[in-house]
Design a protein around this ligand. Sequence first.
Ligand SMILES: Cc1cc2nc3c(=O)[nH]c(=O)nc-3n(C[C@H](O)[C@H](O)[C@H](O)COP(=O)(O)OP(=O)(O)OC[C@H]3O[C@@H](n4cnc5c(N)ncnc54)[C@H](O)[C@@H]3O)c2cc1C
Length: 393
Amino acid sequence: MKIAINGAGVAGPALAYWLLHYGHEPVLIERAPALRTGGYVIDFWGAGYDIAERMGILPRLLDLGYQVEEVRFVDANCRRSGGFSTDVFSRMTGGRFTSLQRSDLASTIYAAIEGKVETLFGDGIVSIEEEAGGVHVGFGHAAPRDFDLVIGADGLHSRVRSLTFGEEAGFERFLGYNVAAFELTGYRPRDELVYVSHALAGRQVSRFSKRGGRTLFMFCYREKEPAPAPEDDAGRREALRREFAGMKWEVPAILEAMDGVENIYFDRVSQIEMPRWTKGRVALIGDAAACVSLLAGEGCGLAMTEAYVLAGEIGHAGSDHATAFSRYEERMRPFLADKQAAARKFASSFVPETDFGIAFRNWMMRLMVIPPVANFLVGELNDTIDLPDYEAA
Ligand SMILES: Cc1cc2nc3c(=O)[nH]c(=O)nc-3n(C[C@H](O)[C@H](O)[C@H](O)COP(=O)(O)OP(=O)(O)OC[C@H]3O[C@@H](n4cnc5c(N)ncnc54)[C@H](O)[C@@H]3O)c2cc1C
């Protein structure tokens, strides 16, 4: 089948990889003019890690990864006020855990299909008309084309979702935070392999030293009502200056160094909840279908898992896409619902609302040196999903 996939982030190229494997013809459509580089760092483990291994890309991901050693909370005077050794993640996953730039994960997956899958960069699906036996798809720039199936892998603010299922507001569950991230070159101080965070009631700034003299900064703050992100970098800088004014530690220096920074990531922290992920010949995967949010620490791995299962079901069902879609939903929905619920449970302690809450969280984190307490606080890290072996099926 000829299958249009809107979005070449993590889910889209992973799906293209597996569809190609089963003899289908995927076409990727990506809004950005090229694959992104740099950006925020993700934790990578669980079912997604297993799938990366099946794709043969795990050694490359481990080369690109950072084996983070410590999460450290600091006070206004740069003194350690809490934190924990990340040994706990390694112990709980049998060493199958790494952290890497999301863009490095996305480009490694893409490298596995480059030259084998047509990609339209700088474009996007703008209309979807289902007809007998196929779908007529319109693009922002390219001429319209016909496909057998259309897949939305276009993230939290999916266009395929709004075109097929309705407005985003009907499916978005806002978790009460905004998040922003950007990177700087040459920032000092550096702490190699340590994730350093400073928080005040409802606000947290973190930094992580990357290779090449770069430092990633992540800002997270509480917000009562969901609002659109400022449209451009100037607006984003202004919002961060307003929200983080008066904070101490390194925050004044970071806000000053932010001048002139481009491509600031800025978004609401939200989940997507939908009664169905498929309709006719259209299906959604990754954040477009069931965004778990950064609070799950596993959105990329889950996006890869959904891609693996959807492609496997399509590969298995031949041209019977309706059966493939319903098996995909059956297998994945309970697993994703559990992941979303766990992330929501963690939301209140991610950046506590009061200074007392922050002090309490930092103190609790000190107990992570006791393995059973650490296991309890981190929760279950081993994914329970039984990944089907579609080759054997
Ligand atoms: C700050 C932060 C920290 C995170 N930490 C972690 C973590 O530790 N571990 C983890 O696993 N996950 C983490 N996540 C979540 C993770 O990044 C996402 O779950 C994952 O990227 C989802 O993959 P995706 O392919 O579905 O969507 P995306 O990665 O968002 O990719 C969507 C793609 O679609 C493209 N696109 C969007 N709209 C259109 C359009 N209209 N037309 C064409 N193309 C379009 C975009 O340009 C993009 O390339 C974090 C997220 C954030 C924001």
